[in-house]
Write a protein that binds this ligand. Structure first.
Ligand SMILES: O=c1ccn([C@@H]2O[C@H](COP(=O)(O)OP(=O)(O)O[C@H]3O[C@@H](CO)[C@H](O)[C@H]3O)[C@@H](O)[C@H]2O)c(=O)[nH]1
Ligand code: MN
Length: 362
């Protein structure tokens, strides 16, 4: 897709994209994104104290939700949305009615490419999502659908059509997405390396997904983008992206969908505290050694033809196989079912529309 075609596509898609921002701080960062985000609708999920006022810069089109809205709209199912963790972002995924979601953290700014040009992250995500993926055979020139490249010699012609792309995982300049222990041993490390590549993560390969700069096709994979039970009242935090990424990847593999990683970069400005992070993550750090073999062994039956059906089946396997690792996984498996019930309620015909559920957009 050429640059201008992509820009046109992005403009057309403005009715089909929601930008979801979880925040426990404020959203001043939006000012820097104005040239890129202003045409789009934002869903801001305010975490923490709902009585704390939050000021959104003028002339943005947005809906703002807080914990009172989670309780009001989900009632007895509200417990599936985490509190005091960036996992709360998935409440925005649930309420959206758009085909595509771009989610970004409130400490992420516009990055520049090596020529000094500001990167339109959303446009690149849409290019990634609108072009197919190649999960069955690796192309050594990376994404063959990018301008100026193609499939290399020896690439099977039968696979050159690719498969629909479910998710686009973007990366970060400046502060990398490290866990607490790595942050502790490398406090000064910054990512300055701009790698001009987009690639499909091969079928059968898991990866550590980060929700900081992520886009996905909500129609294809939305129900699998549940960021889990994290934060206050839970034994774990900061594994929200990992959990969603592992679930989403095994389901994408099963459904024949693709997941890309690489461009676009954003500029991640702040380091979160490594000590606080270690405290939140420590169970995850040893649980992950059992979780990853579990996800590597997941097999979904052929009757599971939708992301919802796959997710319910996955919840059963989580309960059966991970329940013995810790009681937490029984609770998480139940929350996965609750999430799907909420998804079906809010996304069925006669649904509560996102606009109606919190008044007209500001
Ligand atoms: O209790 C909370 C804490 C944070 N948020 C919002 O979530 C994002 C990310 O938070 P933050 O920038 O503090 O954390 P990082 O360590 O840089 O983020 C990465 O770690 C992952 C797990 O937290 C996360 O997926 C990554 O993006 C900000 O927008 C905070 O305001 C929150 O809503 N509630
Ligand atoms: Mn951050």
């Amino acid at each position: 897709m050429s640059g201008s075609t992509a820009a046109e596509a992005a403009a057309i898609l403005k009715e089909e994209v929601d930008i979801v921002i979880p925040t426990i701080r404020n959203v001043d960062f939006l000012e820097k994104w104005r040239p890129f985000f202003q045409p789009y609708h934002l869903i801001i999920v305010q975490d923490g104290d709902p009585s704390k006022p939050i000021k959104v810069p003028p002339r943005f089109n947005y809906h703002l939700y807080n914990r009172n809205d989670v309780n009001r709209l989900l009632g007895p199912r509200a417990h599936c949305i985490s509190f005091k963790d960036s996992s709360c972002r998935c409440f925005g995924f649930l309420l959206s009615k758009k085909k595509y979601i771009f989610t970004i953290d409130d400490d992420c700014f516009v990055a520049k490419d090596p020529s000094g040009k500001e990167i339109n992250a959303l446009e690149q995500h849409l290019k990634n999502l609108l072009s197919p993926s190649t999960p069955f055979f690796f192309n050594t020139l990376y994404d063959p659908y990018r301008e100026g490249t193609d499939f290399v010699r020896g690439y099977p012609f039968s696979l050159r059509e690719g498969v629909p792309t479910a998710a686009s995982h973007g990366l970060w300049l400046n502060m990398p997405d490290y866990d607490g222990p790595t942050q502790l041993v490398k406090p000064l490390e910054r990512n300055n390396r701009y790698v001009d590549a987009v690639m499909t993560i091969p079928k059968g390969t898991l990866f550590p997904m980060c929700g900081m700069n992520l886009a996905f096709n909500r129609e294809l994979i939305g129900p699998a983008m549940y960021f889990g039970l994290m934060g206050e009242g839970q034994p774990i935090g900061r594994y929200d992206g990992m959990w969603a990424g592992w679930c989403m990847k095994v389901i994408s593999d099963h459904l024949g969908l693709g997941v890309k990683t690489g461009l676009p970069y954003i500029w991640h400005s702040k380091a979160s505290s490594p000590f606080v992070n270690l405290k939140k993550e420590y169970k995850g750090i040893y649980w992950q050694e059992e979780l990853i073999p579990f996800f590597q062994s997941v097999s979904l039956p052929k009757e599971c033809t939708t992301a919802q059906k796959c997710y319910i089946e996955l919840s059963k396997q989580v309960k059966a196989k991970l329940g013995k690792v810790d009681e937490y996984f029984n609770k998480l498996a139940d929350a996965m079912v609750t999430w799907i019930e909420a998804w079906e309620e809010l996304n069925s015909s006669g649904e509560k529309s996102e606009a109606l559920s919190n008044g007209p957009a500001k």
